[in-house]
Design a protein around this ligand. Structure first.
Ligand code: AMP
Ligand code: ZN
Ligand code: FE
Ligand code: FE
Length: 285
């Protein structure tokens, strides 16, 4: 059997592997294909694609966007993106700017609580355009200001805690459209994590392509439930480990195994979507 892992992060967002290290891990785990889904960036895709090609495994470009629908946060995975698509790059640039501003705000709030975390420590540790809460948590641990990443989230960073600052959130409808105009497929990430099944019909109406049925944090029962939902709404089935390298303990790459026939369905679907888009634009003239 051939398997894929379609939810992976690198140092270009909050993972700890370089794209090269990630691909080496994929090879080690015998994966037939991977997708890179860093938060609000496609920067690592070029290197990962090159490494995958050299290693003889399949590569799918991707990103993970934070969106909202009916006041609910939803993460959307974009797959098969044209990583040079202008509108995509403009929008993710805006998300990155907000992420950077948000680090300033989070550190200021942590300082107000009497914890002397330095902004420079966080930015040096993050060393990317798309920094996030895990970088703040890791900087707190590194400086010996707290004991664990969990403590960082529990005391400061979780939603509702004093240093929690929201991210820029595009509407899910706009995010799906942004992904489509960049030639990609839009997939709802880890639905079981947020327990927000009520928004699925609305996303389907907005032309959602797929749903991440297999994920590290999904129980077998959850995966089965989302497979049924995928079937009901004719959605593609995806899956991935959401590996962040050593950012949150042990690397998870390869622990979630998506049977390769789902990758083949995704490929057929993106080809069909692009053909439809092309014939629609040629009809308009
Ligand atoms: P951000 O994109 O900056 O909001 O950060 C989101 C990242 O933080 C994701 O990778 C989450 O898995 C991680 N995260 C969220 N909550 C926690 C938590 N309680 N403990 C550890 N990591 C978390
Ligand atoms: Zn992440
Ligand atoms: Fe996510
Ligand atoms: Fe993720």
């Amino acid at each position: 059997m051939k398997f894929a892992d379609l939810h992976l992060h690198t140092r270009f967002s909050d993972g700890t592997f370089s794209p090269e290290e990630l691909v080496a891990q994929a090879v080690k785990h015998g994966l037939a294909a991977i997708a890179l889904t860093d938060h609000d960036t496609v920067e690592g895709c070029a290197i990962a694609a090159r490494e995958c090609e050299a290693a003889g495994i399949g590569f799918i470009t991707g990103t993970e966007l934070t969106a909202e629908h009916d006041d609910t946060e939803v993460h959307l995975l974009g797959y098969f993106l044209d990583t040079r698509n202008e509108r995509l790059l403009v929008e993710i640039n805006k998300f990155q700017t907000v992420r950077q501003q948000r680090i300033h705000e989070m550190v200021a709030r942590i300082n107000e609580l009497g914890v002397p975390l330095q902004l420079e420590t966080v930015f040096a540790l993050a060393n990317c355009k798309s920094p996030g809460r895990p970088h703040v948590a890791r900087a707190l641990v590194k400086e010996g200001l707290i004991k664990s990443l969990d403590e960082a989230f529990e005391r400061f960073l979780k939603k509702g805690r004093p240093a929690w600052v929201p991210k820029a959130r595009m509407s899910a409808l706009e995010s799906i459209e942004l992904i489509h105009q960049a030639g990609g497929l839009a997939v709802m990430a880890h639905p079981g994590l947020n327990r927000t099944d009520e928004i699925i019909p609305g996303l389907v109406k907005a032309d959602l392509d797929g749903i991440e049925c297999f994920h590290t944090k999904h129980s077998t029962a959850m995966s089965e439930r989302y497979l049924e939902i995928a079937d009901q709404y004719h959605l593609l089935v995806t899956g991935g480990s959401d590996c962040h390298g050593y950012s949150k303990g042990k690397p998870l790459i390869g622990t979630v195994k998506l049977p390769y026939d789902h990758v083949e369905r995704m490929t057929a679907s993106v080809i069909a979507r692009r053909q439809t888009a092309r014939s629609a634009s040629s009809t308009v003239g």
